[in-house]
Ligand binder design. Sequence first.
Ligand code: DOR
Length: 435
Amino acid sequence: MRKTMLIKNGHIVDPSQDIDGIGDIIIEDGKIKEIKLKGQGSKTKGQEMETIDASGLYVFPGLVDMHTHLREPGFEHKETIKTGTLAAVRGGITSVCCMPNTNPVNDNRTVTEFILRKAFDEGSCNVYPIGAITKGQKGEELAEMGMMREEGCVAFSDDGMPIMNGSLMRRALEYSKTFNVPIISHCEDLSLSEGGSMNEGALSTQLGLRGIPYASEDVMVARDIILAELTGGRLHIAHVSTEGSVRLIRQAKERGANITAETCPHYFTVTEDAVKGYNTNAKVNPPLRRQKDVEAVREGLKDGTIDIIATDHAPHHKDEKLLEFDRAPSGISGFETALSLSLMLVHYGVLTMSRLVEKTALHPAKILGIDKGTLKAGSDADIAIADMNKEFKVEQDKFISKGKNTPFEGWKLKGMPVITICKGKVYDCRKLIGG
Ligand code: DOR
């Protein structure tokens, strides 16, 4: 017998179909069957099917998170595919792309296959691996992108080990055109950031920490834009954090460059002030910047310069974050706060709900060329249901993720995911509590 479910009376937002109104969604065997908007045709009868009453709630495509770290294989003490994907689901995320900085590095089809098999066996949401551009992320020799692509990689990146050799980056962009996949660039000039552990400025001097100048990001954004224009390759710029990057990307887009860009909730929410007291949970790479950068990132989201929001979920073990600030690893555990922090943009009037759904679901799916980020009939029922007005207190001890490293501990946010549906399977986010 077919399994049918009804999501009733929710405020449905699906920019892929220009839908923004109250209605019902019918799901059959894990796929979207139909959307009936209020005032269009007959009412849906829900007596014989499992029904979710979404009155007063937003219903939209589950988030497609293009930039995450699931840490498996190799760093299972930080996170596993099992814990990471369940944490994602708690955050309204239904698809994640995982970066290749595992051990071994995902630079060949065997590792890609391992990740996909684990995700199939133990995962709660869809997992799309990102392969390394160079063997071992060493920046010396291109990896076998073709084979990894065949196995299921959706993009390539050397993540936090940026390719310093411009000629190699040029070849990577050229090579990736063959497979029509994006090259994701973590823009950092290592010679400028070397030894730094926070944003360079008065505060880093005060704290006695070596700083990472904004120029370390801007210089590489400029180089990679130029290389993308030279090659026609598809460049995706990861985690934009500076005013200068936003400006460079905006200018490049005005020229028609084939580039896309992402930022993360922490870059549009907090400044470097969060590291005061040597709070290692606010240590991230690129580092948290100044208020004018936060504002520029918000402006970039608003005017379309920045196409997507991703978490850069980077879980670390608490013992590692207990090290001295300059020795602790960089990264923020982002799955379980991302949607609430993003909904704040709607509260502040930076984005409409529809623009937000574009940036969290539709655009990433398009960039990756995957059939997600939409509620069109026939698509997998990957859905987030959120309460815009519910207060949510960030409590790291309740994170499902093994990574409790959040700079938002104790923050009260307005808006939270309440139900996530992944391929028709229903998760009640309020009952998913870790420890
Ligand atoms: O903060 C970060 N953490 N930035 C990166 O580029 C890598 C990531 C990680 O893997 O922990």
